[in-house]
Ligand binder design. Sequence first.
Ligand SMILES: Cc1cc2nc3c(=O)[nH]c(=O)nc-3n(C[C@H](O)[C@H](O)[C@H](O)COP(=O)(O)O)c2cc1C
Length: 281
Amino acid sequence: MIIPFPVKSTIDSRRSSRSYKMIDVEDNVMKSIKDFAKSMEVPFEHDVEIRFFKADPTKTLYTVMKSPPDNVAFIAETDIVSISKVGFIGELLILFAQSKGLATCWYGHYKLVELERLMPHLQSPEQLKESNMGYGYSKGVTTGRRAICITPLGYYEEGGLRLMDRFTKKTSSFRRKEIKELLENPDEYEKLSEDVLYALDLGRKAPSAANSQMWRFGYEDDFRTITVAMPVGYKHFKWEHPNVDIGICASHIWLGLIDRGYNPSVTVNDESGRAVWRFSV
Ligand SMILES: Cc1cc2nc3c(=O)[nH]c(=O)nc-3n(C[C@H](O)[C@H](O)[C@H](O)COP(=O)(O)O)c2cc1C
């Protein structure tokens, strides 16, 4: 498996950007991203769609910031496993865009009515009513295919650093839990190989809604299998779909293992109402 960007430096340099220049992504860069989206290889079957769309320079879609012209939606069914695959696939696209010099930001709480206006994709008006407080995603399990998350795709506007950006820069953005705090059994830390620690270090750097870092790492099969999932019964106070975040974290671990020369077998299943990813080397 060849990953078309440097894994560690791309993960280390990505940040959520909430301020964009109101200009189109350059044609050749856009083409390379669309080609990547089409030919992306992932270690599982899926039907996640990556859809590119244009937005108006208003604050309607993202509510706290103006949309740049270019944006991407990740569309899927809303069962737990599909939701988690959105995280995995979306993060690969986001990291590829990062490696091309573009800024991005995972968004779960976009305005669905505005998204539907810009990019019609719902199958019934009922789906619009499912949106939570008129924006963002819906509460509980929903039906049908729909956009799960979106991201702007553009150039960071330095001077336009908004309050939200300054806030996250100081607080969440660079802060991550240590690997030890994320192990289901912290006593196992000493037994982990350098390669596994490398992959988990990239996993812990994944972005998550409100920087919640709800993933936990476990082992099976005499440390040959790494598991990634949120704790059973985990609920986020305002983000309804933390299985997206688990898929994002899983993609970083997968990239880390590939970077270290492994070709892990990968599975993802719904277990006790949450997505559980397994990487076996
Ligand atoms: C699934 C997901 C949904 C997110 N939704 C939003 C959102 O609706 N609004 C927002 O401003 N940031 C959103 N974020 C960005 C997170 O706040 C951000 O990733 C986190 O604070 C870590 O910062 P970093 O991405 O700069 O490393 C989301 C992130 C993820 C992974």
